[in-house]
Design a protein around this ligand. Structure first.
Ligand code: DWN
Length: 407
């Protein structure tokens, strides 16, 4: 551990954990004419020894990442679609019991969750900065505005629609560098009895599974219950309940309210105890994580080189954001992985960021018979294995360990 940086959450000095080297933007899939003009940044992560926030040291400007051409649409996974339907029902049943409730979702993407609320005729608003995905949400009947959420936006919404019973977001908070502006916005928009609820990939799972691919330009933070509690306390917001989720390889859902408005449940105390046990507040844990990442990299590269030497054909399955970290950190290019198939049309016939592996439509993979596929969407393993059960192929994974798994 070397250089010092200021924590984005509490402004204390942080400790640098490791550098992943030169990284492109995870979702900057390249058209032929863009090759050679890519943006790269030095991707380093740090931990704050005061508030225990795990964070990127430098992050590209958000407008470079979230724009009218954003490549990720939430509705690409059936399991996730189901997850968001369940979530909508939970929020409607448990958190929206006042008459004529109002729910606001930050980073509502293509409306995967809010469309269930909209269908019930309940007052709702999605705030989604990437205009192309916001348009899809509007077509799904979801009231959506295309903006970044902050205090100003919050005040505008409160003015036009009144205070919110629920402010929620999923896989969004970890993308927002200025959490203070979100906290101020939440305070400005939330009813005194309202709930602010969000879920994101959980630091405890990333450490446990060495899933370092959750670290990329868009994920400026990996949260824990400890760091979230510390972050929001100065704004009079307290975590009163947490629920672990299996999505995205292990996520945590945090429920916050105005401090003192609700009883803090055992789930919070238990998880904070567990975080002490697994060392999320200990620098040694992150030193070990660094070594595990290096080991994982070596093993994956060795395996792919061995397969290549043996004359096998290896492709990639799903051009996930996470794959950009793996490919660039490990230095894996088209010499080791022939192509990556993906279901998202906007990614088709592009080259992967940084390493320039061709991205092919999923149908190409369906007709092809490679020997191995690297499962970059390891977090959707059950769904993928089910979909591909009749395909004669061997699957390579790297989370939690590098190895070959049977479909
Ligand atoms: O936080 C984020 C999460 C929620 O979603 C974002 N920063 C961006 C994105 O991350 P990701 O790209 O790593 O997400 P997924 O859901 O692991 O992967 C989605 C990609 O995988 C899409 O390009 C579609 C593709 N895919 C596929 O081709 N076949 C996915 C599945 C499940 C499939 O069967």
């Amino acid at each position: 551990m070397t250089a010092m940086h200021h924590c984005r959450a509490c402004h204390s000095d942080t400790k640098e954990i490791m550098s992943f080297g030169r990284m492109p933007l995870a979702n900057a899939f390249l058209k032929q004419e863009d090759i050679g003009q890519e943006y790269f940044f030095e991707m380093k992560v740090a931990i704050c020894p005061t508030c225990f926030m795990f964070q990127l040291v430098d992050q590209p400007d958000p407008s470079m990442m979230f724009h009218g051409n954003y490549a990720f649409f939430s509705s690409t996974s059936h399991h996730m679609a189901k997850h968001f339907e369940t979530m909508a029902n939970t929020y409607m049943n448990d958190l929206m019991t006042d008459p004529d409730p109002f729910i606001v979702e930050l980073g509502s993407n293509d409306g995967i969750m809010l469309k269930h609320v909209a269908k019930k005729g309940i007052r709702h608003l999605g705030i989604e900065p990437s205009s192309n995905v916001a348009e899809v949400a509007k077509r799904n009947g979801v009231n959506t505005i295309s903006k970044f959420f902050n205090e100003e936006t919050a005040k505008e919404v409160r003015e036009s629609s009144g205070p919110a019973d629920v402010i929620c977001c999923s896989n969004v908070m970890c993308h927002i560098p200025d959490l203070h502006s979100v906290a101020k916005g939440v305070v400005a928009l939330l009813k005194p009895t309202g709930v602010f609820v969000f879920e994101d990939p959980y630091l405890g799972d990333v450490i446990d599974k060495t899933s370092y691919d959750q670290i990329y330009d868009e994920h400026v933070y990996l949260f824990s219950v400890t760091s979230v509690s510390n972050m929001f306390a100065p704004y009079g917001l307290e975590v009163f309940h947490v629920e672990h989720q299996t999505t995205h390889g292990g996520s945590m859902r945090y429920y916050l309210c105005q401090t003192g408005q609700k009883n803090v449940k055992d789930s919070v105390t238990r998880q904070r105890e567990k975080e002490k046990e697994i060392g999320l507040s200990s620098l040694e844990t992150f030193e070990t994580f660094k070594l595990q990442c290096e080991r994982s990299r070596q093993e994956l590269v060795d395996l792919l080189k061995k397969l290549k030497q043996e004359g096998h054909r290896v492709v990639g399955y799903a051009a996930t954001s996470k794959s950009t970290t793996v490919l660039n950190y490990c230095g894996i290019g088209p010499d080791l992985i022939e192509y990556i198939c993906d279901t998202t049309p906007i990614k088709h016939d592009t080259a992967s960021p940084g390493m320039h592996i061709p991205i092919r439509p999923y149908e190409h993979f369906q007709k092809d018979n490679p020997d191995y596929a690297v499962l970059f969407a390891w977090n959707h393993k059950a769904e993928v294995m089910d979909k591909e059960k009749s395909k004669d192929i061997q699957w390579i994974t790297f989370v939690p360990q590098v190895g070959i798994v049977n479909g």
